[in-house]
Design a protein. Structure first.
Length: 221
């Protein structure tokens, strides 16, 4: 069986409404406009690519293999994401998005350089990756992981690659916190339990403690 069939099977990770909620949240957060072009790097089985299309963006997805059916609203291309250039012309996209991809690559500088190459000047880079401090005990459960990240590590990488207006922050995968940030203190109290050592069935408890890092910025004009 392939990596996607094993790790991202529908049995192991059933489809939820989270991709749609994340797409709409990022669209609002970064003021993305209908009709903008977005590249979903490492699109896997296409859940987030489909969600961005549903949010009104023109979506291209790229991964090593196609995992399941992609809707007609998503243009899929198979390509190596680690060693080869992305199969797109310079300055093609308004947004380049990746989630849980950069930690799999051995050369993050090459990865970010290719992100920037295919972005239009002024285009937005959005990179989500597991937070090392909250996931250190489960990070290596995926044998294909190569490089953990911290906020500082992500920020410095983007600055070194000359990304403009760099931000790096902890990101909670809990839509309820996006809607009601006043209850964030509950999640922060749960973090006093320390880094995650096993996956908790309760989603609020799990995603209060199992955090991501959001790195973002724009390509110089």
């Amino acid at each position: 069986m392939s990596y996607l069939e094993t790790i991202y099977s529908h049995a192991a990770r059933p489809k939820t409404d989270y991709p749609n909620e994340l797409a709409l949240h990022l669209k609002e957060m970064f003021q993305l406009k209908d009709g903008m072009t977005i590249l979903d790097i490492g699109c896997g089985r296409g859940d987030f690519a489909e969600a961005f299309a549903g949010a009104g963006l023109i979506v291209h997805g790229v991964d090593r293999e196609r995992a399941g059916h992609f809707p007609n609203s998503v243009t899929f291309t198979a390509a190596d994401l680690v060693y080869e250039p992305l199969p797109y012309k310079d300055g093609t996209f308004d947004i380049v998005f990746s989630k849980s991809v950069i930690e799999h690559v051995t050369n993050p500088e090459h990865f970010i350089a290719e992100n920037l190459r295919v972005l239009k000047p002024g285009g937005r880079l959005i990179c989500l990756t597991p937070d090392w401090y909250t996931q250190m005990y489960i990070f290596w459960d995926d044998h294909t992981h190569q490089r953990p990240f911290t906020i500082r590590g992500m920020r410095d990488l983007l600055r070194i690659m000359e990304v403009v207006d760099v931000q790096a922050m902890l990101f909670y995968q809990l839509p309820v916190l996006w809607r009601y940030p006043s209850i964030m203190f509950v999640s922060k109290l749960l973090q006093l339990l320390g880094p995650v050592k096993k996956l908790h069935r309760n989603k609020f408890i799990r995603w209060s403690r199992e955090l991501m890092i959001l790195g973002t910025g724009t390509k110089p004009r």
